[in-house]
Design a protein around this ligand. Structure first.
Ligand SMILES: Nc1ncnc2c1ncn2[C@@H]1O[C@H](COP(=O)(O)OP(=O)(O)OP(=O)(O)O)[C@@H](O)[C@H]1O
Length: 266
């Protein structure tokens, strides 16, 4: 099995702040990973490294067989699907939804003078259909609800048929109905034999779509545990990661976690 992402002894330091510390981690092509951890743990920074948006301070990052720092990142980025709020913020608010999806073909966030062929247009239409966006295709991105924007971001990430899909809090800020519908779509997408390796960042075990295979627990820039979901999601591991006594349960492929009663009062 080929690895699509490999971090070897990666540390990431900014302004004297050690944001990631000695991270070694491999994602194989059939893996669907979730990265869980508290605010500021370094989750989004890992996605930035994985999307070749930044370089490690030490250690090495290999994405799709290419060493970050030695490869043309613009070419590499067209092979990676990234759905993240930071990227969504760069989309001009007046940009039409159809163009937000289509411009992924050139890894740009605003339509300008690029030339798209009929295959690009067909692919964008197909992806919007699959992610229930066809009826929104002429709406401007700035007028969408949070839930609709999340779908557009994922559709944009899917557009180029990426070999690695990176999702930063795809269900964050969604209402219950929108969250459940998005998780179902992600479950369907991830279960396809043609789906790429996926890494999804979230704060909540409730947001792990069924079928995701692995979990990394991150705290203060260090891996607390990483491996197959059922082995890693234990009371002890979640408790040490979040610093609160937690208990976790699974039902029908979905996970839930809560504090042990009477243990969080300060
Ligand atoms: N340029 C920077 N200089 C100093 N510290 C930074 C810089 N960029 C990020 N950080 C810090 O690095 C830490 C990790 O940030 P990151 O966004 O990766 O965390 P996260 O786990 O995704 O957090 P959240 O769940 O809140 O989104 C945070 O404490 C953040 O303040």
């Amino acid at each position: 099995m080929a690895s699509v992402l490999e971090l070897s002894d990666v540390s990431y330091v900014r302004n004297g702040n050690r944001i990631l510390d000695s991270i070694s981690w491999t994602v194989d092509e059939t893996d669907r990973w979730v990265i869980l951890g508290s605010n500021g743990a370094g989750k989004s920074t890992i996605l930035q490294l994985a999307s070749a948006s930044t370089h490690p301070s030490s250690g090495t990052v290999d994405v799709l067989g290419e060493r970050v720092g030695r490869v043309d990142v613009f070419e590499l980025r067209t092979r990676i699907g990234l759905a993240a709020t930071g990227l969504a913020r760069r989309v001009p608010p007046h940009e039409r939804v159809g163009d937000v999806v289509l411009t992924a073909a050139y890894a740009v966030t605003g339509r300008w003078n690029e030339r798209y062929d009929s295959l690009d247009l067909e692919r964008a239409a197909e992806v919007m259909e699959a992610w229930d966006l066809t009826q929104l295709s002429t709406r401007s991105f700035g007028t969408l609800s949070d839930g609709e924007r999340k779908r557009v971001q994922i559709a944009r990430a899917v557009m180029t048929d990426p070999e690695l899909m990176l999702l930063d809090e795809p269900a964050g800020s969604l209402d219950l109905g929108s969250r459940e519908s998005l998780l179902e779509s992600l479950e369907d997408y991830a279960s396809s034999a043609l789906a790429p390796a996926i890494v999804m960042v979230t704060h909540h075990v409730e947001e792990i779509p069924p079928g995701f295979t692995h979990v990394m627990l991150l705290a203060e820039g260090r891996i607390q545990a990483a491996g197959p979901v059922a082995e890693v999601l234990t009371d002890a591991n979640l408790t040490s990661t979040f610093g609160v006594p937690l208990q976790v349960a699974q039902e029908d492929g979905r996970w839930r976690a809560r504090a042990k009663r009477g243990t969080t009062a300060r």
